[in-house]
Structure formats: C-alpha cells, structure tokens
Design a protein around this ligand. Structure first.
Ligand code: NDP
Ligand code: 2IT
Length: 380
C-alpha cells in the first residue's frame, strides 16, 4: 500500500498562452506518472477549470487498476490543466496545446509515458499536441500519444471505444440475470465523447436512451435521443444540449434539472466525478432501475454505491466498465509499433473480447473472495 499510493513522479508546470485579443494567460499543467510496473505510464489529459492536483491524483490512481484489469501492458498516469476550452477559438486551443506540449514533451515517449484524451481533450486537441511533439523532437513517433486522427496513426474504434466498451460490459452484467438491452429504457448523463457512443451502441442493441445532459441541464426525449442530431450539435458545431429542443417538438429541456429523477431500467453516468449522490441512487432504485455502470471516472459517490449494493441491483464500477477507452489506446500503440492499421470490425471485435475479459476477471475475483456479483470488490 505504501508503495502504490505514492506516485512514481509528479510533474507540475506553467502553461502561458496568448488569446485572440493578444492578452497573455497562464494556466497550470499537470502530469502524474503514477505507476509503471506493467508498462509505460498511460492515461488521459483533462482540460477543465476544476483540474487540480487532487483531481489528477485520484484519476491517476484509478487508472493504475483500470489499466491492469485490461490485461494489456500499460502503467497508470493522468494529466491535464485548469484551462477552460469553452468558448475558445480553434487558434486559442491550438496555441494552448502547443504551449502545454512545449513543456510536457520532455517527459513523454512511446516507451515512457503515453497520454490521450479525457474531458475537454478530443481528437482536435490530440492533433495539436502530437504536431507540437513532432516539431520539437523531429520524430514521427506515433506511439507517443493515442486518440490520433485516423490518417496519422489513430486507431479505428478509439473514438467509440469507451462508450461501446461500457455497453459491452453492461451487456455481460445483464446476461447474469438473463436480460439484454432489447426494449430497455436508458438514461445517460453527459453529452461528450463517452456519452455519445454509449447512446450509439445502446441503440444498435435495441435499447432506447431517453435523456442526456451537459453541465447546464438535461434533455428528455420520449421518442429516444436523435443520435445524428446529437453528434451534429456536439461534435461538429460544439453547441449546448439545449440546442436540441428546436429540432424536436416532443423533447423537453430542464435547465439545472436532475437527470437521475427520470425513471429508467439502466442508468449510465458518463459526465464527471460525484455526479450521482445518495438521493439520486435512492430515486433510481425507487423507480425500478436494474443496472448502473460508470462510464465516467467515479461518478457515483460512496454513499450512492452503498444504496445500490443494498438494493442488490447490478453495478459496474468505472475502473472496469469504462476501460474500453484505454484498452483501445493500447491497441493503437500496438498498431503504431507494428506500423500497421486494423479495420473497424476487427478492432471492435478485439474491444468486445477485452471487455468480456474485464468482466470475467471481476466476476471470478468476486466469487474467489466471497462476494459473488459484487463487481466493485471483484475489480479492486
Ligand atoms: P467530454 O469532454 O467529451 O464530455 C464531458 C461531458 O461531461 C460534457 O457533456 C460535459 O458538459 C459534462 N461535464 C464535464 N464536467 C462536468 C461537470 N463538472 N459537471 C457537469 N457536467 C460535466 O469528456 P469525455 O466524454 O471524454 O469524458 C466523460 C467522463 O468519462 C469523464 O469522467 C472521463 O474521465 C471519463 N472517461 C473518458 C474516457 C475517454 O476515452 N474519453 C475513458 C474513460 C473514462 P459541459 O459541456 O457542460 O462541460
Ligand atoms: O480515463 C480514461 O481511461 C481515459 N481518459 C482514457 C485514457 C487513455 O489513455 O486512453
């Protein structure tokens, strides 16, 4: 315990950048290289104003165990900055990413430390970060960062991986009670990368997602979320979730609304930490929820988890259920090392097998230690 709770290395640095008006700003950058027992440090970068040492540390600590559960050769890390990407122009984002990498590059390497995305960091940011690494080092070292664009070393399915993987994991949990996604009503919080591809896979498997959210509120669409519109609004136009409403008369927007009050069979928190508390858990249980799984990192508070445990509903902890993202990052590293590219179907199949493996390991460990069906104990 003493050795694992102490990060191997903690890096904190200044990130100065110039906005479109010519004003200089200074943000704080972090990289916590927590553990390299199993492979190079691996984990995402988060750009969000709430980022501080504590946030990056808990994420990095979780990442050690998540990565080891995938059974792939990756150590644990996390990083980011207290930078707020909201409302910034492409140029401002680019200048920030370049400045961030101008300091971070010296700590990275395909066999040393390999970042990826997280909240506020998607393929646009990864592209700027990778480009700056390439300029400074004069090396096309593709395996130094994952989540790259498909034309310069990215892996197919990486964009979809966390959401798809989450749904594959839940599908395995449902099998234990002879259930499937077919006909199930689902609520997914957030409307970013993880949420969008969670919705996509649920719809492919015959379930219906009736609500998604952002930090301003949620939308409820009894007809089921219009996925093409959601992608257009969030991925292409970078707009807010309330902008869904003018396109669908039956949909309702609740500013500051609590998404967990909506009755559903399956609840999947996919936004951020501590977004589902004890009261939320009680209302989900009262409304007959059968399964909850964490797409986000630690979205359920400890008190909420106790409510789910008491009610004996299926619960998939994040370090197991959302491991599909980092697992597919490891597949991207494997393709980069082999200078090769796999197609979508092949890669998705690999992801599905990895998620089934994670589930099996959690399930078997839970039995072995006398807590059958407790996937938290199993994962830990
Ligand atoms: P995105 O930036 O793509 O989306 C984040 C979503 O969560 C947005 O809808 C955002 O709303 C909402 N959100 C973020 N912070 C808050 C907050 N403080 N309060 C309320 N809502 C918030 O990030 P991802 O989808 O990539 O990440 C979502 C979660 O999944 C995170 O916990 C992340 O650590 C985890 N995760 C991500 C993986 C990945 O591969 N991307 C892998 C495994 C886990 P708004 O736009 O209003 O901020
Ligand atoms: O929390 C996570 O697992 C991620 N943000 C993905 C990390 C990665 O290296 O792909």
């Amino acid at each position: 315990m003493e050795r694992i709770v102490e990060p191997e290395r903690q890096i904190v640095f200044r990130v100065p950048w110039v906005d479109d008006k010519g004003e200089i700003h200074v943000n704080r950058g972090f990289r916590i290289e927590f553990n390299s027992a199993l492979g190079p440090y691996k984990g995402g970068l988060r750009f969000h104003p709430s980022v501080n040492f504590g946030v990056i540390k808990f994420l990095g600590f979780e990442q050690i165990f998540k990565n080891s559960l995938t059974d792939l050769p990756i150590g644990g890390a996390k990083g980011g900055a207290d930078f707020d990407p909201k409302g910034k122009s492409d140029k401002e984002i680019m200048l920030f990413c370049q400045s961030f990498m101008t300091e971070l590059y010296r700590h990275l390497g395909e066999n040393t430390d390999v970042p990826a995305g997280d909240i506020g960091v998607g393929s646009r940011e990864i592209g700027y970060l990778f480009g700056q690494y390439k300029r400074i080092t004069n090396k096309f070292e593709a395996g130094v960062i994952t989540g790259k664009g498909l034309r310069y070393g990215g892996s197919s399915v990486r964009t979809e991986a966390t959401g798809y993987g989450l749904v594959f994991f839940v599908d395995e949990m449902l099998k234990t009670i002879n259930e499937t996604f077919e006909g199930k009503t689902c609520v997914v919080s957030g409307s970013g990368n993880v949420a969008i591809y969670t919705v996509e896979k649920i719809h492919q498997l015959g379930g219906k997602v009736i609500a998604v959210s952002d930090s301003d509120g949620y939308i409820y669409d009894k007809e089921g979320i219009d996925l093409d519109l959601l992608k257009q609004l969030k991925e292409v136009e970078r707009r807010r979730i309330k902008d869904y409403i003018p396109y669908h008369k039956q949909a309702i927007y609740k500013p500051n609304g609590n998404i967990w009050e909506i009755p559903c069979d399956i609840a999947l928190p996919c936004a951020t930490q501590n977004e589902l508390d004890e009261n939320d858990a009680e209302s989900l249980v009262k409304n007959g929820v059968i399964a909850i799984a964490e797409g986000a990192n630690m979205p359920c508070t400890p008190a909420a988890i106790r409510v789910f445990e008491k009610a004996k509903v299926l619960f998939g902890p994040g370090k197991a259920a959302n491991g599909g993202g980092v697992a597919t990052s490891a597949l991207e590293m494997e393709q980069n090392a082999g200078k090769t590219r796999w197609d979508f179907e092949y890669t998705e199949n690999k992801l599905k097998k990895i998620m089934q493996g994670i589930f099996r390991r959690c399930s078997q460990a839970a039995i072995e230690y006398g807590f059958p069906n407790n996937y938290i104990v199993g994962a830990n």
